[in-house]
Write a protein that binds this ligand. Structure first.
Ligand code: NAG
Ligand code: NAG
Ligand code: NAG
Ligand code: NAG
Ligand code: NAG
Length: 405
Protein backbone atom coordinates (compact mmCIF):
# COMPACT_ATOMS: atom_id res chain seq x y z
CA UNK A 1 0.00 0.00 0.00
CA UNK A 2 2.71 2.38 0.96
CA UNK A 3 4.72 1.65 -2.15
CA UNK A 4 1.58 1.99 -4.29
CA UNK A 5 1.03 5.48 -2.90
CA UNK A 6 4.64 6.33 -3.47
CA UNK A 7 4.45 5.22 -7.11
CA UNK A 8 1.38 7.40 -7.68
CA UNK A 9 3.07 10.35 -6.07
CA UNK A 10 6.17 9.82 -8.19
CA UNK A 11 4.06 9.54 -11.36
CA UNK A 12 2.16 12.71 -10.46
CA UNK A 13 5.45 14.49 -9.93
CA UNK A 14 6.80 13.51 -13.35
CA UNK A 15 3.49 14.53 -14.95
CA UNK A 16 3.64 17.85 -13.21
CA UNK A 17 7.16 18.39 -14.51
CA UNK A 18 6.37 17.63 -18.13
CA UNK A 19 4.23 14.73 -19.25
CA UNK A 20 5.34 14.75 -22.84
CA UNK A 21 9.09 14.81 -22.57
CA UNK A 22 9.54 11.92 -20.12
CA UNK A 23 7.89 9.26 -22.33
CA UNK A 24 10.36 6.74 -23.73
CA UNK A 25 8.37 4.56 -26.14
CA UNK A 26 9.57 4.77 -29.75
CA UNK A 27 6.29 6.34 -30.92
CA UNK A 28 6.18 8.92 -28.11
CA UNK A 29 9.79 9.89 -28.71
CA UNK A 30 9.21 10.24 -32.46
CA UNK A 31 6.16 12.45 -31.82
CA UNK A 32 7.97 14.66 -29.32
CA UNK A 33 11.07 14.87 -31.53
CA UNK A 34 8.94 16.19 -34.38
CA UNK A 35 8.02 19.32 -32.43
CA UNK A 36 11.07 19.66 -30.15
CA UNK A 37 12.71 23.08 -30.28
CA UNK A 38 16.48 23.52 -30.30
CA UNK A 39 18.08 26.75 -29.16
CA UNK A 40 21.30 27.78 -30.87
CA UNK A 41 21.88 31.14 -29.26
CA UNK A 42 25.36 32.24 -28.38
CA UNK A 43 27.06 35.23 -26.74
CA UNK A 44 30.47 36.86 -26.34
CA UNK A 45 31.03 37.84 -22.74
CA UNK A 46 34.80 38.10 -22.15
CA UNK A 47 36.23 36.20 -19.21
CA UNK A 48 39.40 36.96 -17.27
CA UNK A 49 41.14 33.69 -18.28
CA UNK A 50 38.91 32.15 -20.97
CA UNK A 51 35.90 33.09 -23.08
CA UNK A 52 34.53 29.61 -23.49
CA UNK A 53 34.62 26.38 -21.46
CA UNK A 54 33.86 22.84 -22.64
CA UNK A 55 33.50 20.24 -19.89
CA UNK A 56 33.69 16.60 -20.97
CA UNK A 57 32.87 13.82 -18.50
CA UNK A 58 33.87 10.18 -18.86
CA UNK A 59 32.91 7.31 -16.58
CA UNK A 60 34.11 5.24 -13.64
CA UNK A 61 37.87 5.03 -13.91
CA UNK A 62 40.55 5.13 -11.23
CA UNK A 63 43.26 7.76 -11.66
CA UNK A 64 46.11 5.39 -12.44
CA UNK A 65 44.15 3.46 -15.02
CA UNK A 66 43.07 6.67 -16.76
CA UNK A 67 46.56 8.17 -17.03
CA UNK A 68 47.80 4.75 -18.20
CA UNK A 69 45.59 4.96 -21.26
CA UNK A 70 47.70 6.03 -24.29
CA UNK A 71 45.07 8.37 -25.75
CA UNK A 72 44.33 10.13 -22.46
CA UNK A 73 48.07 10.37 -21.82
CA UNK A 74 48.42 11.95 -25.28
CA UNK A 75 45.73 14.51 -24.40
CA UNK A 76 47.37 15.17 -21.02
CA UNK A 77 50.61 16.14 -22.84
CA UNK A 78 48.65 18.80 -24.73
CA UNK A 79 47.65 20.52 -21.50
CA UNK A 80 47.79 20.45 -17.71
CA UNK A 81 47.26 17.26 -15.71
CA UNK A 82 45.42 17.81 -12.43
CA UNK A 83 46.68 15.05 -10.15
CA UNK A 84 44.61 15.89 -7.06
CA UNK A 85 41.14 16.26 -8.55
CA UNK A 86 38.38 14.44 -6.66
CA UNK A 87 34.88 13.24 -7.29
CA UNK A 88 32.32 13.85 -4.53
CA UNK A 89 30.72 10.45 -3.86
CA UNK A 90 29.35 7.31 -5.58
CA UNK A 91 27.52 6.41 -7.81
CA UNK A 92 27.28 8.53 -10.99
CA UNK A 93 24.20 10.72 -10.70
CA UNK A 94 25.13 12.60 -7.52
CA UNK A 95 28.47 13.55 -9.07
CA UNK A 96 26.82 15.01 -12.17
CA UNK A 97 24.32 16.79 -9.92
CA UNK A 98 27.10 18.20 -7.71
CA UNK A 99 29.03 19.59 -10.66
CA UNK A 100 26.48 22.33 -11.35
CA UNK A 101 24.76 23.10 -8.01
CA UNK A 102 27.58 22.72 -5.49
CA UNK A 103 26.10 19.74 -3.62
CA UNK A 104 24.73 16.26 -4.31
CA UNK A 105 21.99 16.74 -1.70
CA UNK A 106 22.67 13.38 -0.06
CA UNK A 107 22.05 11.45 -3.28
CA UNK A 108 23.38 7.90 -3.12
CA UNK A 109 21.61 6.38 -6.13
CA UNK A 110 21.03 6.69 -9.89
CA UNK A 111 17.24 7.07 -9.58
CA UNK A 112 14.68 9.16 -11.48
CA UNK A 113 15.38 12.13 -9.20
CA UNK A 114 13.80 15.56 -9.65
CA UNK A 115 15.52 18.32 -7.71
CA UNK A 116 13.27 21.11 -6.45
CA UNK A 117 13.23 24.24 -8.56
CA UNK A 118 14.35 26.33 -5.61
CA UNK A 119 17.86 24.83 -5.96
CA UNK A 120 19.95 27.10 -8.19
CA UNK A 121 22.77 25.97 -10.43
CA UNK A 122 25.63 27.50 -12.39
CA UNK A 123 23.11 27.89 -15.23
CA UNK A 124 21.27 30.58 -13.24
CA UNK A 125 24.58 32.32 -12.57
CA UNK A 126 25.57 32.26 -16.25
CA UNK A 127 22.18 33.56 -17.40
CA UNK A 128 22.36 36.38 -14.85
CA UNK A 129 25.29 37.78 -16.86
CA UNK A 130 23.98 36.90 -20.32
CA UNK A 131 26.49 34.07 -20.85
CA UNK A 132 25.19 31.41 -23.21
CA UNK A 133 25.23 27.77 -22.16
CA UNK A 134 24.32 24.42 -23.62
CA UNK A 135 24.66 20.72 -23.06
CA UNK A 136 25.60 18.16 -25.69
CA UNK A 137 24.46 14.68 -24.70
CA UNK A 138 25.47 12.08 -27.26
CA UNK A 139 22.45 10.23 -28.70
CA UNK A 140 19.81 12.04 -26.68
CA UNK A 141 16.89 11.54 -29.09
CA UNK A 142 15.83 15.20 -29.24
CA UNK A 143 16.54 18.51 -27.53
CA UNK A 144 14.91 18.73 -24.11
CA UNK A 145 14.17 14.98 -23.75
CA UNK A 146 13.48 14.27 -20.08
CA UNK A 147 13.15 10.49 -20.19
CA UNK A 148 15.11 8.16 -17.95
CA UNK A 149 17.06 6.55 -20.79
CA UNK A 150 17.15 5.97 -24.53
CA UNK A 151 18.60 2.83 -26.02
CA UNK A 152 20.17 2.26 -29.41
CA UNK A 153 17.13 1.54 -31.59
CA UNK A 154 18.90 -1.16 -33.60
CA UNK A 155 20.83 -3.04 -30.95
CA UNK A 156 18.94 -2.19 -27.74
CA UNK A 157 22.25 -1.24 -26.10
CA UNK A 158 22.35 1.50 -23.42
CA UNK A 159 22.92 4.78 -25.10
CA UNK A 160 21.73 8.06 -23.53
CA UNK A 161 20.98 8.13 -19.78
CA UNK A 162 19.40 10.94 -17.77
CA UNK A 163 21.66 10.27 -14.79
CA UNK A 164 24.61 11.63 -16.82
CA UNK A 165 22.80 14.84 -17.76
CA UNK A 166 23.32 17.40 -14.99
CA UNK A 167 20.97 20.16 -16.20
CA UNK A 168 17.93 17.93 -16.61
CA UNK A 169 18.10 16.76 -12.96
CA UNK A 170 17.13 20.25 -11.79
CA UNK A 171 13.50 21.29 -12.18
CA UNK A 172 14.66 24.90 -12.50
CA UNK A 173 15.90 23.95 -15.98
CA UNK A 174 12.71 22.23 -17.08
CA UNK A 175 11.01 25.07 -18.91
CA UNK A 176 10.52 26.15 -22.54
CA UNK A 177 13.44 28.55 -22.36
CA UNK A 178 16.03 26.06 -21.07
CA UNK A 179 15.01 22.64 -22.43
CA UNK A 180 15.98 23.63 -26.02
CA UNK A 181 19.56 24.23 -24.82
CA UNK A 182 19.86 20.62 -23.64
CA UNK A 183 20.87 19.09 -26.97
CA UNK A 184 22.61 16.09 -28.45
CA UNK A 185 26.08 15.79 -29.97
CA UNK A 186 24.70 16.09 -33.51
CA UNK A 187 23.76 19.63 -32.51
CA UNK A 188 27.33 20.23 -31.33
CA UNK A 189 28.55 19.73 -34.87
CA UNK A 190 25.72 21.92 -36.21
CA UNK A 191 26.64 24.68 -33.77
CA UNK A 192 30.35 24.28 -34.55
CA UNK A 193 29.68 24.50 -38.29
CA UNK A 194 27.60 27.65 -37.90
CA UNK A 195 30.02 29.16 -35.35
CA UNK A 196 27.41 29.52 -32.64
CA UNK A 197 28.70 27.30 -29.83
CA UNK A 198 27.66 28.58 -26.40
CA UNK A 199 30.24 29.88 -23.92
CA UNK A 200 29.63 27.14 -21.33
CA UNK A 201 29.09 23.60 -22.52
CA UNK A 202 28.80 20.25 -20.83
CA UNK A 203 29.47 17.25 -23.07
CA UNK A 204 28.47 13.70 -22.17
CA UNK A 205 29.40 10.86 -24.54
CA UNK A 206 27.01 7.89 -24.71
CA UNK A 207 27.30 4.79 -22.52
CA UNK A 208 29.66 3.14 -25.02
CA UNK A 209 31.83 6.19 -25.71
CA UNK A 210 32.25 7.29 -22.09
CA UNK A 211 33.60 3.93 -20.96
CA UNK A 212 30.62 3.06 -18.73
CA UNK A 213 29.64 -0.08 -20.65
CA UNK A 214 33.06 -0.56 -22.22
CA UNK A 215 36.53 0.37 -20.96
CA UNK A 216 38.87 3.27 -20.50
CA UNK A 217 40.44 2.26 -23.82
CA UNK A 218 37.17 3.03 -25.62
CA UNK A 219 36.65 6.23 -23.61
CA UNK A 220 40.22 7.37 -24.29
CA UNK A 221 39.93 6.74 -28.02
CA UNK A 222 36.53 8.45 -28.24
CA UNK A 223 37.86 11.49 -26.38
CA UNK A 224 40.97 11.83 -28.52
CA UNK A 225 38.90 11.38 -31.70
CA UNK A 226 36.55 14.11 -30.47
CA UNK A 227 39.11 16.57 -29.10
CA UNK A 228 42.12 16.24 -31.45
CA UNK A 229 40.46 17.79 -34.52
CA UNK A 230 39.15 20.64 -32.34
CA UNK A 231 42.65 21.54 -31.13
CA UNK A 232 43.38 23.32 -34.42
CA UNK A 233 39.83 24.40 -35.21
CA UNK A 234 39.43 28.17 -35.02
CA UNK A 235 35.64 27.80 -34.80
CA UNK A 236 36.16 25.99 -31.48
CA UNK A 237 39.37 27.43 -30.11
CA UNK A 238 38.46 31.00 -29.25
CA UNK A 239 40.22 31.42 -25.93
CA UNK A 240 38.63 28.10 -24.98
CA UNK A 241 39.35 25.98 -21.90
CA UNK A 242 38.58 22.26 -22.15
CA UNK A 243 38.24 20.10 -19.07
CA UNK A 244 38.27 16.33 -19.48
CA UNK A 245 37.50 14.36 -16.34
CA UNK A 246 35.66 11.38 -14.87
CA UNK A 247 32.55 11.27 -12.71
CA UNK A 248 34.04 8.89 -10.13
CA UNK A 249 36.88 6.48 -9.27
CA UNK A 250 36.06 2.83 -9.99
CA UNK A 251 37.20 1.31 -6.72
CA UNK A 252 34.85 2.26 -3.89
CA UNK A 253 37.24 1.43 -1.08
CA UNK A 254 39.87 3.98 -1.99
CA UNK A 255 39.80 7.75 -2.12
CA UNK A 256 37.77 9.01 -5.05
CA UNK A 257 40.61 10.62 -7.00
CA UNK A 258 39.98 10.95 -10.73
CA UNK A 259 42.09 12.14 -13.64
CA UNK A 260 41.40 15.65 -14.92
CA UNK A 261 43.06 17.36 -17.86
CA UNK A 262 42.84 21.04 -18.83
CA UNK A 263 43.69 21.98 -22.39
CA UNK A 264 42.75 24.36 -25.16
CA UNK A 265 44.04 27.70 -26.43
CA UNK A 266 43.24 29.36 -23.08
CA UNK A 267 46.12 27.36 -21.54
CA UNK A 268 49.33 29.43 -21.81
CA UNK A 269 52.08 27.70 -23.86
CA UNK A 270 54.50 27.47 -20.94
CA UNK A 271 52.00 25.34 -18.99
CA UNK A 272 51.45 22.77 -21.74
CA UNK A 273 52.71 19.37 -20.59
CA UNK A 274 52.84 20.33 -16.90
CA UNK A 275 51.04 18.91 -13.88
CA UNK A 276 49.19 20.77 -11.13
CA UNK A 277 48.97 19.09 -7.70
CA UNK A 278 46.49 21.53 -6.13
CA UNK A 279 43.49 19.98 -4.35
CA UNK A 280 40.38 20.21 -6.57
CA UNK A 281 36.92 18.66 -6.67
CA UNK A 282 33.93 18.74 -9.01
CA UNK A 283 32.99 21.95 -7.14
CA UNK A 284 36.10 23.59 -8.66
CA UNK A 285 34.26 23.46 -12.00
CA UNK A 286 31.73 25.94 -10.63
CA UNK A 287 34.22 28.11 -8.70
CA UNK A 288 36.39 28.44 -11.82
CA UNK A 289 33.46 29.66 -13.91
CA UNK A 290 32.39 32.09 -11.16
CA UNK A 291 35.89 33.55 -10.87
CA UNK A 292 36.41 33.79 -14.63
CA UNK A 293 33.23 35.74 -15.36
CA UNK A 294 32.89 37.54 -12.02
CA UNK A 295 29.65 35.72 -11.19
CA UNK A 296 28.00 35.52 -7.80
CA UNK A 297 28.06 32.17 -5.98
CA UNK A 298 25.50 29.52 -5.07
CA UNK A 299 26.32 29.59 -1.35
CA UNK A 300 27.15 25.87 -1.28
CA UNK A 301 30.43 23.94 -1.66
CA UNK A 302 31.22 26.05 -4.73
CA UNK A 303 32.13 29.03 -2.52
CA UNK A 304 35.30 27.57 -0.98
CA UNK A 305 36.37 25.30 -3.83
CA UNK A 306 39.76 26.01 -5.39
CA UNK A 307 39.66 27.75 -8.76
CA UNK A 308 41.87 25.96 -11.30
CA UNK A 309 45.35 27.45 -10.93
CA UNK A 310 45.69 28.42 -14.60
CA UNK A 311 42.56 30.57 -14.12
CA UNK A 312 43.33 31.67 -10.55
CA UNK A 313 46.57 33.24 -11.81
CA UNK A 314 44.45 35.65 -13.86
CA UNK A 315 41.58 36.19 -11.40
CA UNK A 316 43.74 36.65 -8.30
CA UNK A 317 42.13 33.75 -6.45
CA UNK A 318 44.36 32.24 -3.77
CA UNK A 319 44.79 28.47 -3.85
CA UNK A 320 44.27 26.75 -0.55
CA UNK A 321 45.45 23.48 0.90
CA UNK A 322 43.13 21.10 2.74
CA UNK A 323 44.38 21.65 6.27
CA UNK A 324 41.25 22.09 8.39
CA UNK A 325 38.44 19.92 9.67
CA UNK A 326 37.85 17.14 8.79
CA UNK A 327 41.36 15.82 8.38
CA UNK A 328 42.05 14.84 4.76
CA UNK A 329 43.23 11.40 5.86
CA UNK A 330 39.68 10.70 7.08
CA UNK A 331 37.72 11.59 3.96
CA UNK A 332 37.40 9.35 0.92
CA UNK A 333 34.43 10.87 -0.95
CA UNK A 334 33.16 7.35 -1.43
CA UNK A 335 29.89 7.50 0.48
CA UNK A 336 27.07 10.10 0.54
CA UNK A 337 26.01 11.99 3.63
CA UNK A 338 22.33 12.41 4.55
CA UNK A 339 20.04 14.52 2.38
CA UNK A 340 16.72 14.69 0.54
CA UNK A 341 17.90 12.16 -2.08
CA UNK A 342 19.49 9.68 0.32
CA UNK A 343 17.75 6.31 0.36
CA UNK A 344 18.64 5.53 3.96
CA UNK A 345 19.28 8.80 5.69
CA UNK A 346 16.65 11.13 4.33
CA UNK A 347 16.62 14.68 5.71
CA UNK A 348 15.44 18.01 4.27
CA UNK A 349 17.08 20.17 1.65
CA UNK A 350 20.28 21.83 2.88
CA UNK A 351 20.14 25.61 3.18
CA UNK A 352 22.77 27.68 1.34
CA UNK A 353 25.16 29.77 3.42
CA UNK A 354 23.68 33.06 2.25
CA UNK A 355 26.23 35.16 4.16
CA UNK A 356 29.22 33.38 2.59
CA UNK A 357 31.84 35.78 1.27
CA UNK A 358 35.01 34.55 -0.36
CA UNK A 359 37.50 36.02 -2.82
CA UNK A 360 35.28 39.05 -3.30
CA UNK A 361 32.32 36.93 -4.35
CA UNK A 362 28.87 37.01 -2.70
CA UNK A 363 25.91 34.68 -2.87
CA UNK A 364 23.51 35.51 -5.72
CA UNK A 365 20.84 37.96 -4.56
CA UNK A 366 17.89 35.74 -5.54
CA UNK A 367 19.36 32.90 -3.45
CA UNK A 368 19.76 35.28 -0.51
CA UNK A 369 16.10 36.26 -0.88
CA UNK A 370 14.83 32.68 -1.13
CA UNK A 371 16.61 31.50 2.01
CA UNK A 372 16.61 34.65 4.14
CA UNK A 373 15.81 33.86 7.76
CA UNK A 374 16.09 30.06 7.32
CA UNK A 375 18.63 28.75 9.80
CA UNK A 376 20.95 25.79 9.66
CA UNK A 377 23.51 25.77 6.89
CA UNK A 378 26.36 23.27 6.81
CA UNK A 379 28.43 24.94 4.11
CA UNK A 380 31.65 26.67 5.08
CA UNK A 381 33.90 28.89 2.97
CA UNK A 382 36.91 26.57 3.28
CA UNK A 383 38.08 24.03 0.69
CA UNK A 384 37.22 21.28 3.16
CA UNK A 385 33.98 19.46 2.32
CA UNK A 386 32.49 16.35 3.94
CA UNK A 387 31.76 12.79 3.01
CA UNK A 388 29.26 10.33 4.42
CA UNK A 389 31.71 8.00 6.06
CA UNK A 390 32.41 9.84 9.29
CA UNK A 391 30.47 13.08 9.06
CA UNK A 392 27.04 11.72 8.38
CA UNK A 393 24.05 11.79 10.65
CA UNK A 394 25.54 12.99 13.92
CA UNK A 395 26.97 15.97 12.10
CA UNK A 396 24.06 16.78 9.84
CA UNK A 397 21.07 15.98 12.02
CA UNK A 398 21.98 18.82 14.36
CA UNK A 399 21.54 21.40 11.67
CA UNK A 400 18.98 20.19 9.15
CA UNK A 401 15.35 19.59 9.90
CA UNK A 402 14.02 16.06 9.48
CA UNK A 403 12.51 15.36 6.08
CA UNK A 404 8.77 15.95 5.97
CA UNK A 405 6.61 14.65 3.14
C1 NAG B 1 19.43 15.15 -32.08
O1 NAG B 1 18.47 16.15 -31.80
C2 NAG B 1 17.80 16.62 -32.95
C3 NAG B 1 16.99 17.85 -32.52
O2 NAG B 1 15.98 17.55 -31.60
C4 NAG B 1 17.01 15.48 -33.55
O3 NAG B 1 16.31 15.94 -34.69
C5 NAG B 1 17.97 14.37 -33.96
O4 NAG B 1 17.26 13.25 -34.45
C6 NAG B 1 18.83 13.94 -32.77
N1 NAG B 1 19.91 13.10 -33.25
C7 NAG B 1 20.24 11.92 -32.71
C8 NAG B 1 21.43 11.25 -33.23
O5 NAG B 1 19.57 11.40 -31.85
C1 NAG C 1 27.79 5.69 -29.09
O1 NAG C 1 28.41 6.58 -29.99
C2 NAG C 1 29.38 5.99 -30.83
C3 NAG C 1 29.98 7.09 -31.66
O2 NAG C 1 30.54 8.10 -30.83
C4 NAG C 1 28.74 4.91 -31.69
O3 NAG C 1 29.73 4.28 -32.46
C5 NAG C 1 28.07 3.90 -30.79
O4 NAG C 1 27.37 2.95 -31.57
C6 NAG C 1 27.09 4.59 -29.85
N1 NAG C 1 26.58 3.59 -28.89
C7 NAG C 1 25.35 3.13 -28.95
C8 NAG C 1 24.97 2.13 -27.93
O5 NAG C 1 24.54 3.52 -29.77
C1 NAG D 1 35.42 4.25 1.72
O1 NAG D 1 36.81 4.08 1.87
C2 NAG D 1 37.20 3.73 3.21
C3 NAG D 1 38.71 3.71 3.25
O2 NAG D 1 39.24 2.79 2.35
C4 NAG D 1 36.58 2.39 3.57
O3 NAG D 1 36.90 2.10 4.92
C5 NAG D 1 35.06 2.47 3.40
O4 NAG D 1 34.50 1.22 3.65
C6 NAG D 1 34.72 2.93 2.01
N1 NAG D 1 33.28 3.07 1.87
C7 NAG D 1 32.59 2.42 0.96
C8 NAG D 1 31.12 2.66 0.92
O5 NAG D 1 33.11 1.63 0.17
C1 NAG E 1 12.61 24.15 -1.42
O1 NAG E 1 11.88 23.00 -1.81
C2 NAG E 1 11.90 21.94 -0.86
C3 NAG E 1 11.23 20.74 -1.50
O2 NAG E 1 9.97 21.06 -1.99
C4 NAG E 1 11.25 22.38 0.43
O3 NAG E 1 11.34 21.34 1.37
C5 NAG E 1 11.97 23.61 0.95
O4 NAG E 1 11.30 24.09 2.07
C6 NAG E 1 12.02 24.69 -0.13
N1 NAG E 1 12.83 25.79 0.38
C7 NAG E 1 12.47 27.03 0.24
C8 NAG E 1 13.36 28.03 0.87
O5 NAG E 1 11.48 27.36 -0.35
C1 NAG F 1 43.70 8.96 -4.28
C2 NAG F 1 43.45 7.56 -4.63
O1 NAG F 1 43.51 6.71 -3.78
N1 NAG F 1 43.12 7.31 -5.88
C3 NAG F 1 43.03 5.98 -6.36
C4 NAG F 1 41.98 5.77 -7.46
O2 NAG F 1 42.16 4.46 -7.95
C5 NAG F 1 43.46 4.06 -8.32
C6 NAG F 1 43.46 2.65 -8.86
O3 NAG F 1 42.91 1.72 -7.98
C7 NAG F 1 44.44 4.17 -7.19
O4 NAG F 1 45.75 3.81 -7.59
C8 NAG F 1 44.43 5.59 -6.76
O5 NAG F 1 45.36 5.75 -5.72
Amino acid sequence: MVSFKFTLAAAALSLAVNAQNTATSTADVAAAAATAKTDHSTSRVCGKAFDRIAIIWLENTDYDKAIGDPNLAWLAKKGITLTQYHATTHPSEPNYAASISGDYLGMDNDDFNFIDKNVSTVIDLLESKGISWGEYQEDMPYSGFEGFAWVNQKTGANDYVRKHNPAILYNANVNPHRLPKIKNLTMFYEDLKHERLPQWMFITPNMTSDGHDTSVTVAGKWTRDFVEPLLNDRRFMQNTLVLITFDENETYTIRNNVLAILLGDAVPKHLVGTTDDTYYSHYSEIATVEANWGLPTLGRWDVGANVFKVVAEKTGDKLRKWTGFPSFSKVFFNQSYAGPFNDERRVGYPVPNIHAKHAGRFVAPWIQRTYRGIKGTYYTTGVETRDGLKYSLPFLSKIILPFRD
